[in-house]
Ligand binder design. Structure first.
Ligand SMILES: [Zn+2]
Length: 506
């Protein structure tokens, strides 16, 4: 889309003289919204006149930012579940994200896109094996789409613990982005730091500018005028010592990408004007994290508060036990997490046992399964690599059952999508979607093995209760669209009665 050679030239001139750099970071992400049985997105009333929120946000944010050429001038991650949707429904907008990264790679030798852990899972709350799968899937997805390996990875909610960082490094990731309050000691935002990890390894982290990013996110006045934004808000952030010494310094504004045009109307225009005109005109060179890092390896080390995240001040309690970051009684969060964790253990045990005679290494096979179900790797080469009999095909029914269990693993990952825990109440579409993914996993396991994982899951879900409506996770499960009779284990009469009584009590 738009490529303005004139402003790139202007930027080159500024880069040669500037010591002040600006990098805008956009986290572009939407959870999967489709019914996992039909693949269709139910009409979302709140998005009217659009069919669903993805369509609304595309019109308000993704498309205008793509058409204005903003994407090439920022650092960004494009969540895999959003990328897959855009690729199908708005291929021209999808291509603009890829082209932005390609343009950076060509001009500067480094792309401006980062990968994202696949299902937007809160990794500190995931098992070691799930962390690795999430990171590998995210990196695979990135490499397939962008055509090169990712240097950086965005962590969902910037949620971090030491094991997550170690796995990032083992998988070849060089840097990530964190909130300034995730440092355990005073830091200078914008400056790259090294975090030491066990085994003599380390990873680079950038801390974004906290109050500035919050202002951009939540205060309309901050972004009402790009010239004023640079003159007041950006200038305020400068370290005067560095200015006097002529040292380089970087200001990082990190927010959801959807802010520019969707959460905040017209801010796509603000972004265009800021990046193209206001910042360069006032002596700021617009850059990306990868470009800044290229000539400036980290000089200092930092220790982190772990686990921690950008949108919770209680470690990662917002997605686990609940905390007062969200209003009301958030104890449903822990009950939902326990229900999902217990289902995951049962799914994993079933998968490992049932595939012991069909797959050589079921967990490595799971890591590759994303590529098969996405069509990047053929089933034939998957079976050649992971089948216990190598290229010799299994009986069809056994191969099918194994593939159903691999799909159950896929939905067993999807059910931990962090959006289900982010908001205040259980009776919302986001937790219900996680429960719908869990039901899909239960269905696939049932079809493959005729083992019922539903009964115990429903019993666990009954402990998660909406403080608004009094209804439980089991009620939400029962509200999901009906599926063909043989797709799920039969709901036992006892449970059915218990769930109804539960509803009546509410
Ligand atoms: Zn919190």
């Amino acid at each position: 889309m738009a490529d303005d050679g004139r402003t790139w030239k202007a930027e080159k001139i500024v880069t040669d003289i500037a010591h002040q750099f600006l990098s805008i970071y956009g986290h572009f992400y939407q959870p999967p919204r489709d019914d996992p049985f039909t693949g269709l997105i139910p009409r979302e009333a709140g998005a009217a006149p659009f069919e669903n929120y993805n369509e609304k946000i595309t019109r308000e944010c993704y498309r205008p930012n793509a058409e204005a050429g903003n994407l090439a001038r920022i650092s960004f991650d494009l969540g895999p579940t959003l990328a897959a949707w855009l690729e199908r429904h708005h291929p021209d907008v999808y291509q603009a994200f890829l082209a932005a990264d390609r343009e950076n790679l060509t001009r500067f030798g480094v792309g401006n896109a980062l990968a994202q852990a696949y299902n937007h899972t809160i990794l500190p709350l995931a098992t070691t094996r799930d962390k690795r799968t999430q990171i590998r899937w995210g990196l695979d997805d990135f490499a397939h789409r962008f055509g090169h390996k990712a240097d950086g990875m965005w962590l969902a909610e910037t949620a971090v613990d030491q094991e997550t960082l170690s796995i990032l490094v083992e998988e070849g990731v060089r840097y990530t982005v964190l909130a300034p309050w995730q440092a355990a000691e005073p830091i200078t935002p914008g400056e790259p730091y090294l975090v030491a990890l066990p085994g003599g390894r380390s990873i680079t982290v950038f801390f974004y500018h906290g109050s500035l990013s919050a202002g951009v996110s939540f205060d309309d006045d901050v972004t009402s005028n790009a010239d004023q934004f640079v003159a007041t808000h950006l200038r305020q952030q400068l370290d005067q010592g560095k200015v006097e010494r002529g040292d380089d310094q970087l200001i990082i504004v990190a927010t959801d990408g959807e802010l520019y045009g969707h959460h905040k109307p017209l801010r796509d225009h603000f972004l265009t004007y800021l990046l193209r005109d206001s910042a360069p005109a006032q002596g700021f060179s617009v850059t990306t994290l990868a470009r800044y890092l290229k000539g400036r390896p980290p000089q200092r080390t930092v220790t982190l508060r772990m686990p921690s995240a950008w949108s919770c001040s209680h470690g990662v309690a917002r997605w686990d036990t609940g905390c007062d970051c969200t209003e009301g009684d958030s104890s449903w969060k822990h009950a939902l997490r326990v229900a999902l964790n217990r289902l995951a253990v049962r799914l994993d045990t079933l998968y490992a046992e049932a595939t012991a005679t069909t797959l050589r290494d079921p967990w490595a096979a799971r890591d590759t399964w994303l590529a098969v179900r996405s069509g990047w790797v053929s089933g034939r080469s998957f079976w050649a690599q992971y089948g216990v009999h190598g290229h010799r095909p299994l009986r069809r029914a056994r191969a099918e059952a194994t593939e159903q269990l691999l799909e159950a693993q896929y939905y067993g990952q999807s059910m931990f999508t962090s959006c289900g825990f982010f908001f205040e109440d259980l009776e919302r579409i986001e937790p219900q979607n996680d429960i719908a993914f869990a039901r899909r996993a239960i269905s696939l396991a049932w079809q493959a093995t005729h083992i019922d994982l539903q009964t115990e899951f429903l019993a666990d879900l009954a402990a998660a209760r909406s403080w608004r409506t009094g209804r439980t996770g089991a009620n939400l499960y029962r509200d999901l669209p009906a599926v063909r009779e043989n797709m799920l284990p039969p709901v036992t009469a006892a449970l059915s009665t218990a769930a109804s009584a539960d509803e009546t009590a509410a």
